[in-house]
Design a protein around this ligand. Sequence first.
Ligand code: NI
Length: 169
Amino acid sequence: MSLRPIITIGHKTLAAKSAPVTVIDDGVRTLARDMIETLHAAPGLGLSAPQVNVSVRLIVLDLSIGENPDDLIIMINPEITSQEGQIIREEGCLSVPEVFEKVTRPQKVTVQGLDLEGKERVLEARDLLARVFCHEIDHLDGKLFVDRLSPLKRSLIRKKFRKAAAAKP
Ligand code: NI
């Protein structure tokens, strides 16, 4: 297992649509393990493969941040098949450091995908878990949470990160 660098806003992989996983091989299993380690080290509640610069549809979630193995979810090719309700809550992202903004998300979602053994899984998620699923699946479609803010807020945040990148030696 190894930690992988998390790329940040402005990197082109974060804006790209990720490809479905077609074969669950050692590469995918290693990627999943590395992503879990990277997520726990960050620490964060969820991580998508594009955030470690791999453009495939794989996400890991762990609301317990490594405290409870039952909370760890690895999902391949996840899809939201139904959603209900709306909750507005502050959200952040490991790829958009130090920015927290209110985002509207469904209160409840049904998510369908594959586990690491290739078995189909259907999960119902509510509240924070539903939010993390939506956030991570957005990453697979090249969308960051800031893309769900008003155009003004979004452009201010993007400008701030472009300035920071330009200031780097
Ligand atoms: Ni994120």
